[in-house]
Design a protein around this ligand. Structure first.
Ligand SMILES: [Zn+2]
Length: 295
């Protein structure tokens, strides 16, 4: 009698456990599957292009790509009001910096992407439409995207949006036409927008929202100030966060700092040491795929 009771009790327990697990799975896995399939498409493209390379490279890319899928499934950081990146949940590493490369892909972006890839450091490349007009230029953008970098919108013609503030259609063309063009090339619309010179208007903010992009300026950058058109000076400024020659005698480097760099000769030369220097100071280079976007 006792034995029968025990067996019955165990059977009920097993049934209960089984039902719990299946519901949990359904809830957890649904969004992952949706995102995963999107990412898989772009991965297929990855392996196609990589097939031309030798086998060991191919394996490496595939392994890294698999990691990216897992990371991509859940956003871990969001853009704060001061444009820094802050963890969404407690327990996530706060000591991160985001690398961004503006005015891409003019001359050095592909080389910069390769440098970053070797260092396993992620970045957002903010692209201008007038740099992707020709098929050759478009191919460069596609390569950067296929390497796993996040692509952002930096307007078609790098205009100061304030100067065309009264022309709604012109503003719309600057943002939306570029998204259309980039979708043709990389197969998806950009999720991030950065205005030239960081100048946004009421209208452009509206368009950014309609296009489901996340607006982003930056925390600091020095490569567009003349004293820092120099590799060594730029490395020091970016790694310390200090730009004493442009009236920043204090450090702007902090947790979540959003670092602005450009497609420039000296930045290209400095990039590797900037990444190494920031890591030596204990900062993780944030994978931009972990930033919350608008669905
Ligand atoms: Zn720019």
């Amino acid at each position: 009698m006792k034995k029968a009771l025990v067996i019955m009790f165990i059977s009920i327990l097993i049934l209960l456990l089984a039902s719990c697990t299946s519901t949990d799975k359904e809830q957890d896995e649904q969004p992952i599957e949706e995102k995963g399939s999107e990412t898989n498409n772009s991965l297929e493209k990855d392996s196609e292009t990589v097939e031309e390379d030798n086998n060991s490279d191919n394996m490496e890319v595939e392994e890294e790509a698999e990691e990216e899928i897992d990371k991509d499934t859940v956003a871990q950081y969001r853009v704060a009001d001061d444009w820094s990146l802050v963890p969404i949940n407690e327990g996530t590493n706060e000591k991160v910096v985001l690398l961004t490369i503006d005015d891409a892909p003019e001359k050095y972006s592909l080389e910069m992407a390769k440098t970053l890839k070797e260092l396993n450091a992620g970045a957002i490349f903010f692209v201008n439409g007038h740099f992707i007009d020709t098929p050759e230029e478009a191919e460069v953008l596609k390569q950067i995207h296929d390497m796993g970098f996040v692509i952002g919108n930096h307007t078609y013609n790098h205009v100061n949006l304030k100067e065309i503030e009264n022309d709604t259609e012109k503003q719309r063309a600057e943002l939306v036409n570029l998204n259309d063009r980039m979708e043709e090339i990389i197969g998806e619309r950009p999720k991030f927008f950065r205005a030239p010179h960081g100048v946004n208007t009421e209208e452009s903010k509206k368009i950014v929202e309609e296009e489901k992009m996340v607006l982003m300026n930056w925390s600091y950058g020095y490569d567009y100030f003349q004293p820092y058109f120099d590799k060594d000076k730029l490395v020091t400024a970016m790694v310390t966060g200090e730009g004493p020659e442009v009236d920043v005698p204090y450090s702007l480097l902090k947790d979540g700092a959003n670092l602005l760099m450009h497609d420039r000769e000296w930045t290209n030369e400095a990039l590797k040491e900037i990444v190494i220097g920031l890591r030596e100071r204990g900062y993780e280079i944030l994978d931009p795929n972990l930033i919350e976007t608008i669905k």
